[in-house]
Design a protein around this ligand. Structure first.
Ligand code: ADP
Length: 311
């Protein structure tokens, strides 16, 4: 991993009887687009509000750029931008006025503020609508303005909490593009979502959070490797004893009869396919259909947590 930007060690948080985080440790490297995936109530918002210095943990520690992060570490907190789940923009102000306001909060002013506001307006595609009241914006435009407000002061790390809540698919794609562009320009991004497809499409590394506990934290290919794939083969005619021969093929882990053929479980789909074709030819039959089921993040999640994300 690149140089660590954020290091959380055994972070704990309770709200009364509710354990929101039961000891979470993770490290995020410079320039990562890091995904925090978990169902509602998993503890994502709690974790990022602690990792961004908005909330103090009950136990454990967070270091940002190697320095302890607490609510009182103001200079350190300036390096952080936060796109909260609840919109923080002011409906009575225009988009431009909103961004000027947030810039001033962080101590920007004069020509520097003016230039920066224009830069982020362009970055989220709102230059043409900059003087309209934010309250009249569509859900997607509000989200884009919220994103702009989170980065107007030029943070080094950006936390986004469910940034596509309440937006249509087109605006969602807009937001994806802006997040990717910000990340490509060097910003480290921590992105929370309960949508599997979002973290799968965007994130270089994914932490799976459930019930306040980290179930896994890895790259998508490595997460997928945790599960075997399955291929359904159909045969013109399967001679007697064929299942046993299939089971003996290198890479085949389990063979179960399934309509006109077999489901073969394997950790190596590409290697298995030619072997099955060769075996069929050897037995004087042909493969009439191949339906590979690669592992998906959805199945990995089910495997790690014992339940579907969309419960
Ligand atoms: P997520 O962002 O993954 O939906 P949260 O971090 O918001 O999860 O919540 C984790 C758990 O902590 C949930 O059980 C939630 O009800 C509880 N919780 C969060 N914030 C508060 C709060 N301010 N007061 C009481 N309970 C809270």
């Amino acid at each position: 991993m690149s140089e660590p930007v954020l290091e959380a060690t055994d972070v704990r948080k309770r709200y009364g009887e509710t354990v929101a985080l039961g000891g979470v440790s993770l490290t995020i490297g410079a320039g990562e687009l890091f995904g925090l995936l978990g169902p509602n109530g998993a503890g994502k918002t709690t974790l990022i509000s602690i990792m961004s210095g908005l909330t103090d943990a009950d136990g454990g520690a967070v270091k940002l750029f190697g320095r302890p992060l607490t609510r009182s570490a103001r200079d350190l907190r300036r390096l952080v931008g936060i796109g909260t789940q609840d919109l923080s923009i002011y409906p009575d102000l225009s988009a431009r006025e909103n961004l000027r306001f947030f810039g001033k909060l962080y101590g920007l002013g004069g020509g520097g503020l003016r230039d920066r506001v224009e830069e982020v307006l362009a970055a989220v595609g709102l230059t043409d609508r900059a003087d309209e009241r934010a309250g009249r914006f569509s859900g997607g435009m509000k989200r884009r303005l919220n994103l702009a407000a989170a980065v107007v002061h030029g943070p080094r790390v950006l936390f986004l909490d469910e940034p596509t809540t309440g937006v249509d698919p087109q605006s969602r794609n807009h937001i994806f593009r802006h997040v990717k562009a910000l990340n490509a320009a060097g910003l480290t991004v921590v992105y929370t979502s309960h949508y599997m497809e979002e973290v799968q499409a965007l994130c270089t590394r994914i932490a799976v959070l459930d019930d306040g506990t980290l179930r896994a934290c890895d790259t998508l290919p490595n997460l997928l490797k945790r599960l075997d794939g399955r291929v359904r083969f159909r045969f013109a005619a399967a001679p007697p004893g064929f299942a046993a021969r299939l089971e003996q093929l290198p890479g085949a882990k389990k063979v179960v009869p399934a309509d006109d053929g077999f489901d073969v479980t394997t950790d190596a789909i590409p290697e298995l396919l030619p072997r099955v074709l060769a075996l069929a030819a050897e037995h004087g039959t042909t493969v009439t259909a191949i339906d590979p089921r690669e592992p998906t993040l959805e199945r990995v999640f089910l495997h790690l947590t014992g339940r579907e994300l969309r419960d």
